[in-house]
Every structure is written in C-alpha cells, then in structure tokens.
Design a protein around this ligand. Structure first.
Ligand code: PLP
Length: 425
C-alpha cells in the first residue's frame, strides 16, 4: 500500500489522489512564505487560495484571535449577540458601498453566496415572487448546490448537472461589454417580472480564468437591475479587501449592490467567515410580525467570535497601516513582470487589475483539466513558487506584504516555464 492509499489520511480538495504527488507538509508560514518540513521556503504567490492579505502569521490578527479565545470563543447567534459581531457588522457597513445596511454571517464564500441567493428569492411578498437568477458565463460562486447552480457548468458541476437549478446565463463581457448588456436587457424586456436577481463577480471572474471586464459594464448591469426591479448581487468573495486596487471592486465602478458577498480576505486569511451584506429593502422583506417570514437560514458557527475578532483586526490594519501603498507596490511589481512577458513566444495574453495578474499561455487544450496545469504547477513549485494555473492561465495574486524581489522571482519562473510548454511533443 502506498503512503497515499493508506487509510486515516486527509482527502484533499480539488485533488485527484490517484495522480497527484503526496502533498508537501507545511510546518509554518510567515509573511509571504510557506516553510515546508523538508526545509524548502515557498513564495505563496496565490495568497493560499486568495485568502491571505497582509502575510501569514500577521501578529495583530494572531493576537486578536488569541485574546478573543480567552474571552468568548463561540456562542449560539440565534437569540444572542456579542460585541465582535456587533462591531464587525457596523464597521463593514461603514466601509461597504452605500445602501448596504445589514450583515448576515455564515461560514465561507459558498455559504455567503447561498445566503445571498436565498435572500434574493425570498425577500419579496409571496404573490410577487420572482424565481429566476441571472449570472455570467464562466462565473464561479462556490461549491454548495445553490452556488454551483449560479456558477458556470463544467467539470466541477458535471456530476450534479440534473440537480442544479437553471439560471439565465449572460455572455461574459468581451470588449466593451455591449453584448452582455444587450443580452440582459433583452431578457428583462422579454420576460418582465421573472428575474429576481443578477449575481456577478465584479470586474474579475476568478476561477473562470481571471477574466477581467470594465467598470462601465458593471455600472450598466447595475443600472439595468435598478430599472427592472431586479436585485443586484455582487460576489466580492475574491475581489474584496483590496485585491483589485480598491477596497471593493464595486467601488471602482461607483456601484452599490443590493446584496454583497464577502469571505476569504475578510479575516485577513486567518479564519473562515462568510458575510452577506444586504440593503434595508432586502432586510425589510423578512421584517414582519409573522414569525413565518423570518429568514430561515443559519449555521452552527454563525458569527464565530474568533473569526469576527480576526476580521476587526484586519479592518484595523486597513485603517492604520499603509495597505494601499503596499497594494500599489504589488501592482507596480506585476507591471514590470508583465512587461517582460508581453509579446513573447508562448504567451497568448496578459492582464492585470490591482494585485491580480494573469498570463494566458498558448495551449492546444486550455480547459481546467488540460495537462498543462499540473506540469506548470510542479515546475513552479520546483522553483520555490506556489502558483496553481487554471488550465492555461497562470495568475499571480500575492499577499500585500510581498516584496518586488519576491514577485520578480515568481515572474522569472513564469518566463522560464514557457520553455517547458514549448518542449511538449
Ligand atoms: C467569487 C467567489 N465566490 C465564492 C467562492 C467560494 O468561496 P469558498 O471557497 O470560501 O466557499 C469563491 C472561491 O474561490 C469565489 O472566488
């Protein structure tokens, strides 16, 4: 029996255990680096699945969690409240786009999306209920059933295809996004009163391939929602907390959603937490003397005080430290890396928004399951860089404390990996 087939071992996410090498053991992490048991230091160029913001083991967040653990580690959130959740709700509402007034807590990005979709479907009076959600092609919103339903169909969702609810799919905004806006307007005019909500990843579609589109399209979609009485859900699970260069991607477009989903960076990447922010109007849909109109959703760890304390410390760091200067420095380091790659053989396209950069390789098979991804992944790891290509798209999204030298070394690895692809039979 190989070590991998032994029982009593973890089952890793998004991992084909029959073909994957045994995963390296991470002993500790600090700043932008993971420290492996075999002595290697790995630059975490994807912020550990897009969660880490200010570096691993950031001392202020670590201290806040530790202090909170000695005061109140967890308590039921139905019928009780606590100070970290009260403060976090009010501070998130203060920094979020105007009009978002209530914070509903859950566990992660997928549950933040489930909550958003359920709120959007149930907030209207029974007689007026609209039942359709619209979403973008190539979208990824999570792995639970509602989140899968609003995500693009593909290898992740294939085994469940018949069980997912249908959504109205809009084309990804290419060029000026006119086609997307026209398709949405046509849908709204052709079937008035049917669409309850549009859900979008604002400005960057993450797992769909770090596909980027302009702020004007986001504004256009928002405006169409407003005109047609459709709720606008911004899934800022990945884009939130500075990734795109502004605190939220919606800020760049001057857009205020009716519902906004947060997770990942909300705790600085320390603890799982989902937050769904909702407008007063959405909240009012459940506010009634009829107990049966309550929002019947909740998780055992809703508003976990440790996660809330981490999130408050994260907001303190944004308020008190030059985080946006660090973000600008990461963006500059990307620019010089991308300049080096532009137009080079093997590179089909490159793009950047804020701290997110993506390089598209020429590849015969560009799908998520193409064999390009694992080959590149192994190569980067051998160069001391954690990068997880999405098919033929290699993206870099490092923590904000990363230095220009660390980022340049990651681009060296990306540049050199072209030879690896060129050498393919
Ligand atoms: C935009 C977006 N929404 C939702 C999710 C799901 O988040 P989680 O993996 O925390 O469930 C992700 C995860 O990558 C995401 O990128």
């Amino acid at each position: 029996m190989t070590a991998e087939s032994r029982t009593g071992r973890p089952w890793h996410p998004y991992t084909q255990h029959a073909t994957a090498a045994p995963p390296p053991l991470v002993e500790s992490a600090r700043g932008s680096f993971l420290h492996l048991a075999d002595g290697r230091r790995i630059f975490d160029a994807i912020s550990s699945w897009w969660v880490n913001l200010h570096g691993h083991a950031e001392p202020r967040i670590a201290a806040a969690i530790s202090a909170q653990a000695r005061r109140l580690e967890q308590v039921i959130f139905a019928g009780f409240t606590h100070e970290p959740a009260e403060r976090l709700a009010s501070r998130l509402v203060a920094v979020a786009p105007k009009g978002l007034e209530r914070a509903f807590f859950s566990d992660d990005g997928s549950t933040a999306v489930e909550v958003a979709v359920k709120m959007a479907l149930a907030c209207r009076p029974a007689g007026e209920r609209r039942s359709v959600i619209a979403a973008l092609d190539c979208a990824y919103h999570g792995d639970t059933f509602g989140a899968m339903s609003v995500s693009a169909r593909g290898p992740f969702t294939a085994p469940y295809a018949r069980l997912l609810f249908d959504v109205e799919r809009l084309p990804f905004p290419e060029a000026d996004g006119g086609g997307t806006l026209e398709a949405f307007e046509r849908l709204l005019k052709d079937s008035p009163g049917r669409v309850a909500a549009l859900i979008v990843e604002p400005l960057v579609l993450g797992a769909g391939g770090m596909k980027m589109y302009g702020a004007a399209v986001l504004r256009g979609l928002r405006e169409l929602c407003r005109r047609h009485g459709v709720l606008f859900i911004a899934d800022e699970v990945m884009t939130g907390f500075g990734r795109t260069g502004t605190l939220f991607a919606c800020d760049q477009a001057g857009v205020s959603p009716d519902i906004m989903c947060l997770s990942k960076g909300v705790t600085g990447g320390f603890l799982p937490l989902g937050v769904t922010l909702a407008s007063a109007e959405v909240f009012a849909g459940f506010h009634s003397l009829d107990r049966g109109r309550a929002f019947f959703h909740g998780h055992s760890y809703t508003a976990n005080p440790l996660a809330c304390a981490a999130a408050l410390a994260n907001l303190d760091i944004f308020e008190q430290e030059p985080v946006f200067e660090r973000i600008a420095a990461v963006a500059r380091a990307h620019e010089s890396g991308l300049k080096r790659l532009a137009g080079r053989p093997g590179i089909a396209a490159a793009r950047r928004l804020g701290t997110i950069a993506a390089v598209e390789f020429d590849a015969r098979d560009s799908g998520y399951l193409s064999d390009v991804g694992p080959r590149l992944y192994d190569f980067y790891l051998s160069r001391g860089v954690l990068l997880r290509p999405l098919g033929n798209v290699v993206y870099l999204m490092p923590p904000y404390c990363s230095t220009a030298e660390d980022i340049a070394a990651a681009y060296d690895a990306v540049e050199d990996s072209r030879a690896l692809l060129a050498a393919r039979p």
